[in-house]
Design a protein around this ligand. Structure first.
Ligand code: MF3
Ligand code: CO
Ligand code: CO
Length: 258
């Protein structure tokens, strides 16, 4: 790998670990009665304390430091002064910008006890992301990533959202290529060592169709059934891949308590 690639990996590793560290902190405060604004404040403070910036804040007019997407919200939910209730599931999505580079990651959280269906959906979503990450190498194509996620998710009886995708990331928050979470084996461009991108499948309990709320950000399921998402930022190496946004505390998926 060239020195430029090595530097891009080093900087993404730092930004990624700050984003992951913020999500570790979030797991400590999630409980019935807290507001999504409290999650937002915690993310803002954590990122600020680590001398980084929150990339979502003021990104294309987005008003907050993270996205909080509850129950039937697919993605880009805006934190607000509204409480979480026992049984809710919520995705928190954080992007840290440090020393010119981005790290982007999200996890699901359970608010108190949640339904068997909600747990199953979250688990399948997490596994779909990890199955796709596990096949990453310079010898596969973008279509292989999408196929791996779609094949597994549909066999489990859930659906893959088409209207949003993963993305190249680096000195720019969202760049080429689009990383689709559905597709056909062996299609699309081959991965290259040095590529950095996100894998962030949004998986629905029911149909994959989406609806945009009037705030212009919040995407929800058309059928109002549940949706889940996890996201990691990854890099392609000569030997395989690196995940830049792993939890240093092993808190990569719920349940987070021991
Ligand atoms: N973090 C989201 C992603 O995974 C993007 C959020 S953009 C925002 O790409 F403006 F909604 F915050
Ligand atoms: Co992303
Ligand atoms: Co994100």
């Amino acid at each position: 790998m060239t020195s430029e690639i090595i530097e891009s990996f080093e900087k993404t590793r730092i930004a990624g670990s700050i984003a992951a560290g913020a999500l570790d902190e979030v797991s400590k405060i999630i409980k019935p009665g807290i507001t999504t604004d409290q999650i937002d404040h915690l993310c803002y403070e954590y990122i600020n304390d680590h001398k980084a910036y929150s990339a979502p804040l003021f990104y294309r007019g987005f008003p907050k430091s993270c996205c909080t997407s509850t129950n039937h919200v697919i993605c880009h939910g805006i934190p607000k002064d509204k409480k979480l209730f026992e049984g809710d599931i919520v995705n928190v999505d954080v992007t840290a910008f440090k020393d010119g580079w981005h790290g982007d990651t999200s996890r699901m959280y359970f608010v108190g006890d949640v339904s068997v269906k909600a747990k199953k959906l979250s688990e399948v979503t997490y596994k779909s992301m990890m199955k796709a990450i596990n096949i990453l190498s310079k010898n596969i194509t973008l279509g292989d990533i999408g196929f791996t996620i779609q094949d597994y998710v549909e066999r489990e009886g859930f659906s893959v959202v088409r209207d949003f995708c993963g993305h190249g990331i680096g000195q720019t928050f969202h760049k080429e290529p689009n990383i689709l979470h559905y597709g056909k084996k062996g299609t699309g461009p081959k991965l290259q060592p040095g590529m950095i991108f996100t894998i962030e499948p949004m998986i629905n309990e029911g149909d994959y169709q989406t609806k945009m709320l009037n705030d212009g950000w919040t995407a929800v399921t058309k059928d109002k059934k549940l949706s889940a998402q996890f996201e990691h930022t990854v890099g392609i190496t000569e030997e395989g891949y690196e995940i830049f946004t792993l939890s240093k505390k092993g808190l990569n998926h719920p349940p987070y308590s021991i």
